[in-house]
Design a protein around this ligand. Structure first.
Ligand code: GUN
Ligand code: FE
Length: 456
């Protein structure tokens, strides 16, 4: 009845604050790669299923010290910027874009170069436990399509945007859409090509409408992109209220914040994911909640370009805005969502306490801002799934079997009966990518450290 069964101990968010431990459970996976049933040792069919599936050679039992986590969902990543990850972080956003990033992205008109960078990136992300990624590619349709094909081939669930930047004043001549019409036509063709590719991709690849950010787009392209997103009912992504510079640029141009300006163009929908959002006003947050638009929180990147810590606790608890976690390669240097989980907690605690010792303690920080490790884990998993409106990010019936298996033997665990929630915390704070022994996406093994298997 099931394609295979996995026996092991897993952790999964039950809500933004709580993590469920599924101890020694049986995960029964369907032909289509979804979880059909989760059976705990207390249930009467438990022993029977173990026997039946081990006889058929379709039972995988995790070794002692191995644990299952949901695969991570990277809600904001610039695929071409992988080529400069870890470098070029010495300038503020505007100078960084013009000095390093636009010249690099311009090189992706070369399909061979794109192939090399994108192939390596998708493999690295899978090894790091990222099973779904929401990508910005570049303005080039063909190499953006190549990224979607590479996700499809390597088994990763990819949501990919051909970037639109058509404003002649704001973008360099060597790197922009030639005209607004061309930007919109190429986007529509890209959407159709990726929808076609999705037909033969079990884990899913999705086209995403992608105005880079308001400063790079004309009013006409923003309007046209809103129309295209509605016509095809697809995801939308952009940058929103990131940095003092970008935030005030939009204020000067429209006399309103990014959120309301984007909404005027039909770009804030249930399927929109907006990166950063460091400067949202209370009204902006209400609008996000009303529209069902999600925030992609990129805590590492924000320490370089954000000019503020995004108030995640407020967005999550007070406004119930959907939120996930993004690496923002290469504004963030790390492809690992483990690193971003850690930074999300750290940044929130610094916002809570404040950082300037010369300020008295009562005024130094913003109380109520810190988030827990459980909440950061939620952002990287279930929160990302909800943001994308896809059945991913949780170990629950009808969710995709998108998981990573972590081997804890190199972690400082010295007691036979260490509480599982303590092990969970060690896994999140101390795991290194080499400890991820297997990664599965939609019921298919795409990484096996021992077999050196990478992207079947
Ligand atoms: N705003 C516009 N483009 C970018 C980008 O590539 N990275 C970041 N962090 N912010 C942006
Ligand atoms: Fe970004």
């Amino acid at each position: 009845m099931y394609k295979f069964v996995v026996k092991g101990t897993a952790f999964s968010s039950s809500d933004s604050k709580n993590v469920t431990v599924l101890e020694d459970s049986l995960f029964c996976i369907s032909e289509s790669g979804r979880i059909s049933a989760i059976i705990s040792p207390k249930e009467k069919e438990y022993e029977f299923i173990i026997q039946e599936y081990s006889q058929k050679n379709k039972l995988q039992e995790l070794a002692q010290g191995q644990y299952i986590l949901p695969g991570f969902i990277d809600l904001h990543i610039h695929a071409p910027q992988w080529a400069q990850a870890g470098t070029a972080l010495d300038l503020p956003l505007y100078e960084w874009l013009n000095t390093y990033t636009f010249p690099l992205e311009a090189k992706f008109c070369d399909l061979q170069f794109a192939e090399k960078v994108y192939s390596d990136l998708v493999s690295q992300l899978i090894k790091n436990g990222t099973t779904t990624a929401l990508y910005f590619a570049t303005v080039h349709r063909k190499s953006s399509l190549r990224l979607a094909e590479i996700c499809s081939e390597k088994g990763q669930r990819g949501l990919v945007g051909k970037v639109v930047m058509d404003d002649h004043e704001q973008n360099p001549n060597y790197y922009r859409d030639a005209t607004t019409d061309i930007a919109l036509n190429e986007t529509e063709l890209f959407i159709q090509e990726v929808l076609e590719l999705n037909q033969k991709t079990p884990q899913g690849v999705y086209p995403v409408v992608t105005p880079r950010f308001i400063p790079s787009c004309t009013d006409d392209s923003l309007k046209g992109l809103g129309t295209l997103a509605a016509k095809y009912d697809i995801h939308i992504q952009s940058h929103c209220s990131e940095s003092d510079w970008a935030h005030s640029f939009v204020q000067n141009r429209f006399g309103k914040n990014d959120a309301f300006a984007l909404n005027d163009f039909g770009l804030l929908t249930e399927k929109s994911i907006m990166a950063h959002c460091g400067f949202l006003s209370d009204e902006d947050m209400t609008l996000f909640a009303e529209k069902g638009t999600a925030v992609a929180h990129c805590p590492i990147s924000n320490t370089y370009f954000g000019n503020a810590v995004t108030p995640i606790a407020k967005l999550l608890n007070e406004y119930q805005v959907e939120i996930g976690l993004g690496s923002d390669i290469s504004g963030g240097f790390s492809p690992s969502l483990f690193d971003n989980i850690r930074q999300a907690v750290i940044s929130s605690r610094m916002l809570e306490d404040g950082v300037d010792k010369d300020c008295c303690s009562g005024k130094r920080g913003v109380s109520g801002s810190s988030i827990t490790l459980n909440e950061a884990f939620y952002l990287a998993t279930a929160g990302g799934g909800e943001s994308l409106s896809l059945p991913i990010g949780k170990l629950a019936v009808d969710y995709a079997w998108d998981i990573q298996i972590i081997d804890s033997k190199e972690l400082p665990i010295f007691s036979e009966n260490e509480p599982l929630m303590e092990i969970f915390q060690k896994l999140l704070y101390l795991s290194r990518p080499e400890m991820i022994t297997e990664v599965w996406i939609q019921g298919r093994k795409v990484h096996d450290k021992t077999m050196n298997l990478q992207g079947v």
